[in-house]
Ligand binder design. Structure first.
Ligand code: TYM
Length: 330
């Protein structure tokens, strides 16, 4: 069974971009792959934060993941800082990662351009990400499109380490695999402004656990096909963000119907959004109700995460023993 690893920052609750791009896929893949899923709090501390707030966001993210279908009886779910080997391997990888590669990362360039003082952690962020994955020697990583460049770097780090320290290098039997992304058709969900990727930092998200009326309040004014100015103008579904959300939430026959109604001006955009809202509710109602159950059961959740971290630590320690042995470290 191939092994997968993926991580998510503890940003509180999941938004539907996280869910459709990655977490829904985690819940599916845990049935067919040996799966490790991690709330990456060491990544999150690069931005300014309050300690009590981070703790609460981490706990809320765990509730969201469990509600979205991540099942600790089928996968290993844990918090990154509970397994110190993540940072230990990251240091080792820092010693073989070319600075130029880190400076070239799009996310680093974007974020660094907005900061007055750039912490070294922001530059080294993808090295920790490579350590997360390779600590478990995972060869597949279910993520959204924005993580693809980071994974290219993980593969390069893997190749570099293998070339330098893996005596048995040869196709197929290298110590570290070269992890490949697993993308979904919803690999890049746009925000409701239709301008940029849905992202917490841009404030254009729909939360997975948001109440129905709040979701509607966001959907109602959401941007559609900009050329469709009047109710009688026919639209072009492929350029409309709402149509893409239909593809993610509505059954295929509804998606087809929506495309016809839009391109013939049979429906106005509000009609189309109402149907989308109904499709979203069908998927989100059970998730919200699971979230309430999970949140009421804090002791059980803590037990699950402790057990997940114990298992992750055992796998991580076995990797680190081999890594240190091959590198001449004691
Ligand atoms: P993060 O926390 O930003 O996002 C978690 C996952 O959600 C996906 N995602 C999206 N997918 C589609 N459309 C969107 N608008 C959208 N927004 C977010 C992300 O691609 C991601 O899969 N660096 C990572 C966390 C991480 C990680 C790892 C991931 C740390 N170590 C190791 C994989 C493997 C991040 O910040 O994801």
């Amino acid at each position: 069974m191939s092994r997968i690893f993926s991580g998510i920052q503890p940003s509180g609750t999941l938004h539907i971009g996280n869910y459709l791009g990655a977490v829904k896929n985690w819940a599916a893949l845990q049935h067919t792959h040996e799966s490790f899923f991690c709330v990456v709090d060491y990544h999150a501390i690069i931005a300014a934060y309050e300690p009590a707030d981070l703790r609460a966001r981490t706990a809320d993210m765990i509730v969201s993941l469990l509600a979205a279908g991540v099942d600790p009886s089928r996968c290993t779910l844990f918090v990154q800082s509970m397994v110190p080997e993540h940072t230990e391997l990251a240091w080792i990888f820092n010693t073989i990662t070319p600075l130029g590669e880190l400076e070239r990362q799009t996310q680093f360039k974007d974020k660094a351009s907005r900061e007055e003082s750039v912490p070294a952690g922001l530059l080294n962020y993808p090295v920790l990400q490579a350590a997360d994955i390779l600590l478990y020697r995972a060869d597949r990583v279910p993520v959204g499109e924005d993580q693809v460049q980071h994974l290219e770097l993980s593969r390069e780090i893997s190749r570099k380490w293998n070339a330098r320290f893996d005596a048995g290098v040869g196709a197929g039997d290298a110590f570290f695999p070269e992890p490949e992304p697993l993308l979904t058709p919803s690999r890049r969900i746009m925000g409701l402004d239709g301008k940029a990727k849905m992202s917490k930092s841009l404030g254009n998200t729909v939360g997975l656990l948001e109440p129905a009326d709040e979701i509607w309040a966001k959907l109602r004014p959401a941007v559609t096909d900009p050329k469709r100015q009047r109710r009688t103008d026919p639209g072009t579904p492929e350029v409309c963000n709402i149509y893409h959300l239909h593809k993610a939430f509505s059954p295929p026959e509804t998606v087809q119907h929506v495309a016809v109604q839009c391109s013939t001006a049979g429906w106005g955009c509000i009609d189309c959004k109402k149907v989308l809202h109904e499709s979203m509710e069908r998927e989100l109602v059970p998730i919200r109700s699971r979230a309430r159950e999970v949140a009421a059961n804090g002791a059980l959740v803590k037990e699950m995460i402790d057990a997940g971290a114990d298992h992750a630590r055992r796998v991580a320690q076995a990797t680190m023993r081999e890594v240190k042995d091959r590198m001449g470290l004691t």
